[in-house]
Design a protein around this ligand. Structure first.
Ligand SMILES: Cc1cc2nc3c(=O)[nH]c(=O)nc-3n(C[C@H](O)[C@H](O)[C@H](O)COP(=O)(O)OP(=O)(O)OC[C@H]3O[C@@H](n4cnc5c(N)ncnc54)[C@H](O)[C@@H]3O)c2cc1C
Ligand code: FES
Length: 280
């Protein structure tokens, strides 16, 4: 990067298409206006994030759900306030801006030769999608791969076509559950941790990394389950969401104790989260 380049200057992006995932959550496919920017951005790691600017409204951080092994770039965003609503109101062809990728990401290469279990509650599957697709693209580098995804209702399961694909993929175990079943749901009913005890499910603890993302209540219960099964705190890994402004370690908005979530995270092991004194 030239010494004079402004690190806060986002690059213009164009919206290609929008897919509705669940209530108030949509996936936005986009590309950078300049192809060189697109090429440079493709080197992100699973678990990193980007800052998205909506002209005249503001900027917000969002995860990168695609794997770097995929061709398309997209975000999956829940409409909660001013910026996310502005994004939800864009149409294909409209412009916005992106800077990043930022943050540490999941150290997927460090986990070669390990079992991977992915535990996602609701939109917690957004950051984990990237790791799962990456791990499956590099399938021979990992041992067992298990996916556990839970939602309140069947209509709130995320990335449904991808879930079906994973259910059909040899060498992957994909287990789904909902808190409240509808008429057409024949699968498991219960919290996501109930899947660990389902007949036929055997979660390996030795040599296993557990990726856990979801709302705080789900996180607390899943951590309790995993620790009870014998997982070491350093083998449980997650992402922290904090208010962010700069995203690059300058403003201090995201600090937890000595850690800057935007540069030291957002990915932390549970051992690190506890050491930071973070109450999830
Ligand atoms: C690293 C990171 C990755 C994220 N990835 C995603 C993602 O993939 N998809 C997604 O939908 N969202 C994601 N978020 C959350 C997203 O950044 C916020 O929802 C967004 O900033 C809200 O902006 P807004 O202008 O629409 O809302 P605002 O108008 O700023 O706020 C609306 C409401 O949301 C609350 N809020 C805003 N930001 C946060 C936050 N960071 N933590 C807790 N509460 C907040 C406010 O207190 C307020 O109640 C991520 C956040 C971080 C830090
Ligand atoms: S968001 Fe500014 S230091 Fe992290």
């Amino acid at each position: 990067m030239p010494a004079t380049e402004n690190i806060y200057l986002p690059k213009t992006a164009v919206l290609d298409r929008v897919i509705s995932e669940i209530h108030e959550v949509k996936t936005f496919y986009w590309h950078f206006e300049e192809s060189a920017e697109q090429t440079a951005f493709k080197h992100f790691r699973p678990g990193q994030f980007a800052q998205v600017s909506l002209f005249g409204v503001g900027e917000f951080p969002t995860s990168l759900p695609p794997s770097p092994t995929e061709d398309e770039t997209f975000f999956t965003v829940r409409q909660v306030g001013s910026c996310t609503s502005a994004l939800h109101h864009l149409n294909p062809g409209d412009k916005f801006a992106v800077r990043g990728p930022y943050g540490n990401g999941f150290p997927m290469e460090q986990y070669y030769g390990r079992n991977l279990i992915f535990v996602a509650g609701g939109i917690g599957l957004i950051p984990l999608r990237s790791c799962i697709v990456y791990a499956l693209k590099n399938r021979e580098k990992y041992e067992r791969i298990q996916i556990f995804h839970g939602a309140k209702t069947p209509g709130e399961l995320m990335y449904v076509p991808k879930l079906h694909e994973w259910e059909q993929t040899p060498g992957v175990e994909c287990h789904l559950t909902v808190d409240r079943a509808g008429d057409n749901w024949t699968g498991n009913v219960g919290v996501v941790g109930s899947l660990f005890k389902k007949p036929g499910v055997q979660v390996p603890v030795e040599n296993t990394i557990a990726f856990v993302c979801g709302p705080p209540i789900m996180f607390r219960f899943v951590i309790k389950d995993l620790l009870g099964m014998g997982f070491h705190e350093r083998n449980i890994i997650s992402t922290l969401e904090r208010y962010m402004k700069c995203g690059v370690g300058k403003c201090g908005h995201c600090c937890i104790g000595v850690a800057y979530v935007c540069v030291d995270g957002p990915v932390f092991t549970y051992e690190q989260i506890k050491r930071l004194g973070e109450d999830i």
